[in-house]
Design a protein around this ligand. Structure first.
Ligand code: GZL
Length: 312
């Protein structure tokens, strides 16, 4: 038998190795623990699914993202995915992808366009609901403290990005009916630690101890703001209620220390959904238009010591 296999027995012709799916992904950058966790999760998922991943880091530049998408088109990838740093300015390059017959998946953030059919699916958080959950926590906190006036300063994310627009809207809409709540000022921190510190320094210089609440659109800006508050005689988490979003490990650590009061989760773990969706598109299957991960709130209302490792 073995001899037969070795001599003369040709067997079926070698099937060409399935080259597998080639996925081009343009990532915004490396601005936060969330972003690094998102990149890591996508790379791990591609490996688990046996998908060939061309991942390009745009270093916070829309121009670099557009150039990367054009390279993916030239390379004739099977599927393109990207996390748009801002919502506008994508029509031309996405029309080129459409004309090349390459489906496009939005990861994490959305785009704003008048044109139909430029993208197939959005896989990412419900940022509006994250803003709602942040405001609902604040309303409960104001009730528990018996506050009759709440002055809020907002440190917002990258202007015109989906998380910035929707976290701001969800929060504002939820407090709108509550006469105790007043937003003194909203200032763009661009999701960066350094800008979060600059914004907090300006807000403290401007409003001082009139500030009751800091609502920060991501942990990096929160972690930048904290040391600025600690330079004053105000105690973060006590004199100033601090609400953040992402729920990376560092933010959870300062939540456990009592320096911040609430962190709304925004999971970076979108890799498996991305690979599943890319495979469906390659196989000509239908995909959901929007896929939202489930998310929770961590706060001083719970036993924070029970919060496990976050992984990002
Ligand atoms: C949210 C993501 C945001 C994070 C920030 O899905 O787009 O961008 O909240 C990151 O940390 O910079």
């Amino acid at each position: 038998m073995a001899l037969g296999l070795l001599i003369g027995c040709t067997g079926p012709a070698e099937e060409p190795a399935d080259p597998g799916l080639l996925l081009g992904f343009s990532q915004i950058g490396s601005e936060s623990a969330w972003r690094l966790g998102n990149t890591r999760d996508i790379e791990n998922a591609a490996s688990e699914y046996g998908i060939n991943l061309m991942l390009e880091n745009a270093n916070q530049s829309q121009e670099n993202q557009i150039a990367a998408i054009r390279r993916f088109i030239a390379y004739k990838v099977d599927v393109i995915a990207f996390s748009p740093i801002v919502e506008d300015g994508w029509d031309n390059v996405l029309l080129e992808a459409k004309e090349a017959g390459i489906p496009v998946i939005l990861v994490d953030r959305d785009i704003e366009t008048e044109k139909e059919g430029l993208t197939t699916c959005l896989i990412g958080a419900d940022f509006y609901n994250e803003g709602v959950m942040a405001a609902e926590y604040l309303i409960r906190k104001a009730d528990s403290l018996g506050l009759d006036n709440v002055n809020i300063v907002e440190i917002s994310g990258t202007e015109n990005s989906t998380p910035m627009r929707q976290r701001q809207a969800g929060f504002a809409d939820t407090i709108a009916g509550d006469e105790r709540m007043h937003i003194l000022e909203s200032i763009d921190g661009d999701f960066l630690t350094s800008r979060g510190a600059e914004c907090m320094r300006y807000l403290l210089d401007t409003y001082g101890d009139d500030i009751d609440v800091v609502y920060s659109h991501n942990d990096e800006m929160t972690l930048g703001a904290l040391p600025e508050i600690e330079k004053t005689d105000l105690i973060p988490g006590k004199d100033i209620i601090i609400i953040s979003i992402d729920a990376g490990q560092e933010a959870i650590d300062v939540l456990k220390e009592g320096k911040i009061n609430c962190v709304v989760e925004c999971t970076p773990n979108l890799g498996s959904e991305l690979m599943e969706t890319a495979l469906k598109l390659k196989n000509g299957e239908e995909v959901d238009a929007v896929i939202h991960p489930t998310e929770q709130v961590f706060s001083d209302e719970m036993d924070v010591s029970a919060i496990g490792p976050r992984g990002y």
